[in-house]
Design a protein around this ligand. Structure first.
Ligand SMILES: Cc1ncc(COP(=O)(O)O)c(C=O)c1O
Length: 364
């Protein structure tokens, strides 16, 4: 079996795997209704919210599209706080549906500048919503969302958050931080397969939804709400993925959210310490490193593609490369969901052997 250490999809515990072998059930029947209601309650606990939470069948990007088209109208001005590939994607969706996007970009590897967010909001009163990525998976950076949110809310704007690779792994109290729509995906920290996006919707988001004119049919939050009241989803859900997520949510609550967050902090630190002890530099700025993904800068002759191939073929360790302009410049270790320090040790042992074979000449 491969040791899959990419930032999603992540390996599944046996309990979740087993759940997917269950026979299909009627998604309009009582049994499914009970499962859905129970999962929704558990998700609210893990989102730290009393707001509505919906289970949508689709990948994380579908959830991001849902956040935008349910709250905005063509011509609305939005501020896109972007620090990497996924920030750019969020903005691209808004633009695709006719929003006027004001980009606020940070150099990749750095976190968003909270003062710059304040200045951008001051400079353009027409801004209706702010798009932000909590954890930028492409660079291994976690934004200071509490501070960003506090600025956004001083200006009384809607805050739409991509928390796909953070929620359920890194602390993200949705209600305390006044997040209006928060999106995550089942294949990340949730120990479930790809196929579900989970989103929370605040009262302010519902008010925006009432006026939102961007086209939406499949992703309609009103439909999701009215069907959830009957213990259903509007469309046929990914039943097997629902079974798996139901089991993993149970496991998560058994472990307890504070313990999960602490485990990710420990594992994240183990990954960063391991990388540094191999003589490699982190790509992300130290003050905002992510506890779910570690991005490592290629240096000292390292050919990352060769290294990834050696790891995969000779050690069965699968890591991720860099995306877009970071292709060949960084590699990434995913450590979210079903992961412990032991998994990181295995990665580090393999790296120790593969790095010199891939051209790395350690200074140390
Ligand atoms: C931060 C972030 N946003 C968005 C996405 C896109 O999610 P999906 O691939 O599930 O559509 C990902 C997935 O890697 C992600 O990490």
């Amino acid at each position: 079996m491969e040791n899959l250490r990419i930032p999603g999809p992540t390996p599944l515990p046996n309990e979740a795997l087993q759940a997917m072998t269950k026979q299909m059930i009627n998604h309009r029947g009582d049994e499914f209704g009970k499962i859905l209601n129970d999962m929704t309650a558990k998700l609210k606990e893990l989102f730290q919210t009393k707001q509505d939470v919906f289970l949508l069948t689709g990948s994380g990007t579908g959830g991001l599209e849902a956040a935008i088209v349910n709250t905005l109208s063509p011509g609305d001005t939005v501020l896109s706080v972007s620090i990497g590939v996924f920030g750019e994607r969020f903005a691209a969706i808004a633009e695709h549906f006719g929003a006027e996007v004001i980009p606020l970009r940070s150099e990749w590897g750095k976190a968003a500048d909270v003062d710059a967010v304040r200045q951008a909001l001051q400079a353009e009163p027409k801004i209706k919503a702010v798009l932000v990525t909590h954890n930028e998976t492409s660079t291994g950076v976690t934004n200071d969302l509490a501070s960003i949110s506090s600025v956004v809310k001083q200006f009384d704007k809607l805050l739409l958050v991509d928390a796909i690779s953070s929620l359920g792994s890194i602390n993200l109290p949705v209600d305390d931080w006044h997040l209006d729509v928060t999106v995550t995906g089942s294949q990340k920290g949730w120990m479930a397969p790809p196929g579900l996006a989970m989103v929370s919707v605040s009262q302010e988001a519902w008010q925006a939804h009432a006026k939102a004119k961007m086209p939406h049919f499949y992703w309609d939050f009103s439909r999701a709400k009215s069907y959830l009241e009957k213990g259903q989803t509007p469309w046929t859900p990914a039943v097997s993925v629902v079974f798996a997520l139901s089991v993993s949510l149970e496991m998560m609550l058994r472990e307890g959210l504070p313990n999960i967050i602490a485990r990710h902090a420990r594992v994240g630190k183990a990954a960063r310490d391991g990388i540094k002890s191999l003589g490699l530099p982190l790509f992300a700025e130290e003050s905002h490193v992510s506890n779910t993904v570690t991005a490592v800068a290629a240096s000292d002759g390292l050919d990352t593609k060769k290294m990834l191939k050696i790891l995969r073929e000779e050690h069965k360790v699968v890591l991720a490369g860099g995306q877009q302009k970071l292709d060949g410049k960084i590699f990434r270790i995913g450590h979210l969901g079903w992961v412990t320090e032991n998994d990181i040790e295995i990665v580090m042992s393999a790296l120790k052997v593969a790095l010199p074979q891939a051209g790395f000449r350690s200074a140390g």
